[in-house]
Design a protein around this ligand. Structure first.
Ligand code: NAI
Length: 382
């Protein structure tokens, strides 16, 4: 099988998410890294690209140079990953999609709802493969949870509780550190801090497992470190379109919580619990029954969970392999197969609408607001 050609923008040396993409993309031998504009400093980006084995002719100094270079090649990249800071996602993604490339964009997809709508429309029109890196949805036991909900194993859903709360920005003395400060600065981060950074992963997960969309929400935001303009803690109550009640807590000052992403789904006949720090187990309790631990790698899992499992039972599979599952499905999608579960531009747009709705609600002392993107809000009235 010929490998697909892959290019990366951002994810330079020392970046947080770059290594997970590089491990994930090559895990199945479906992609090879052949082009990159990896750093906002051109010389550093080129040198790092070459150190990764990228030919010097395709080690670019900027994303626009890469676009010009790649669009005229017979052996152009089949997929580009956009792993730069948030404010650049829109422009880069739009330019590559319009030039006919398949794109994987990091979250949040854009900075505004209007930009999100534009990407959604361009992606639809282009017919190209486009996804947003909501990679937690690609863990095998998350897929097991989704398949159990779809199969009715826990009955009609009543309630979803999800948290994405860590304590890594809790040090008030460190609040001015440039790597931390931008996340709470509206010039760099947009209208929301912690909710846009981590909360949207949790909200996407709630929608993903329940196969439902968020209609409305009420938010309480707090900047617990008072010099921060944007929130470092948020509690968001929400309602899904089929009536399920949702509650979400996200924080970056929760000392003692490490990654801190978990979700509980309660239906009429059972409950499920999954946590990113124990990703290989799904906890299942049937109504009036014993709690069971369902392990990744067990024989009778649902097909989607089996498909995305790579190593034998009890051998841990973690974050880079969840990202690898994204790339496996992207490779299939680029080769013409439908891949149910791959996050879409619609997911990216819905997240942006939720962010803006949460900001609006928080400013109105938690009043309930419509959380749907305007282009979908007539689809099913509140
Ligand atoms: P980072 O600050 O650690 O790294 C950003 C990298 O992009 C650096 O190498 C920088 O030089 C490069 N860069 C910046 N501007 C560029 C430009 N115009 N052209 C080319 N390269 C450029 O940031 P981090 O934490 O890696 O985040 C990057 C993105 O990934 C963000 O949008 C973030 O929200 C997302 N992210 C997603 C995660 C997930 O679970 N899906 C986890 C962590 C981050």
């Amino acid at each position: 099988m010929t490998k697909l050609k892959w290019g990366m923008i951002g994810g330079g040396e020392g970046s947080q998410i770059g290594p997970a993409h590089r491990l994930g993309a090559v895990a199945d031998g479906r992609f090879e890294l052949v082009a990159g504009a990896l750093d906002h400093r051109p010389a550093k980006g080129k040198a790092f690209a070459e150190s990764l084995g990228i030919d010097s002719s395709r080690a670019y100094g900027s994303w626009s140079e890469m676009l010009d270079g790649e669009k005229n090649r017979d052996d152009a990249i089949n997929l580009v990953t956009v792993a730069t800071p948030n404010a650049t996602h829109f422009e880069i993604t739009k330019s590559f999609l319009e030039a006919g490339f398949n794109v994987l964009c990091e979250k949040p997809m854009t900075m505004t709802v209007e930009e999100g709508e534009e990407i959604y429309k361009i992606a639809q029109k282009s017919g190209k493969v486009f996804s947003v890196n909501y990679c937690y949805s690609a863990y095998p036991m998350v897929r097991q949870a989704r398949a159990m909900v779809r199969s009715g194993d826990i009955g009609k859903l009543r309630l979803i509780i999800t948290n994405f709360s860590h304590g890594h920005h809790a040090d008030a003395e460190d609040a001015e550190n440039p790597r931390v400060r931008w996340r709470y600065d509206p010039q760099m981060a947009g209208v929301s801090g912690q909710f846009a950074d981590c909360g949207i992963h949790a909200m996407h997960m709630a929608s993903f497992i329940s196969d439902d969309t968020v209609d409305s929400l009420s938010a309480d935001f707090a900047s617990t470190i008072s010099t921060r303009i944007l929130e470092d803690d948020a509690f968001v109550n929400f309602r899904l379109s089929k009536g399920t009640v949702g509650r979400l807590w996200t924080s970056s000052v929760a000392i003692g919580r490490q990654h801190g992403f978990d979700i509980q789904i309660f239906g009429e006949t059972g409950g499920l619990r999954w946590a990113s720090e124990q990703p290989n187990q799904l906890i299942y309790t049937p109504l009036s029954g014993r709690t069971q631990i369902i392990e990744k790698g067990e024989a009778d899992l649902y097909e989607d969970a089996k498909r995305l499992t790579r190593v034998a039972i009890a051998h841990p599979e973690g974050f880079p392999l969840a990202v690898a599952n994204m790339y496996m499905d992207l490779a299939d999608a680029i080769s013409g197969s439908d891949r149910d579960g791959l996050p879409t531009a619609q997911d990216g747009l819905r997240s942006m609408a939720a962010v803006y709705a949460a900001v609006k609600s928080a400013k109105q002392n938690g009043s309930w607001v419509d959380a749907r993107p305007p282009i979908f809000s007539d689809e099913n009235k509140l």
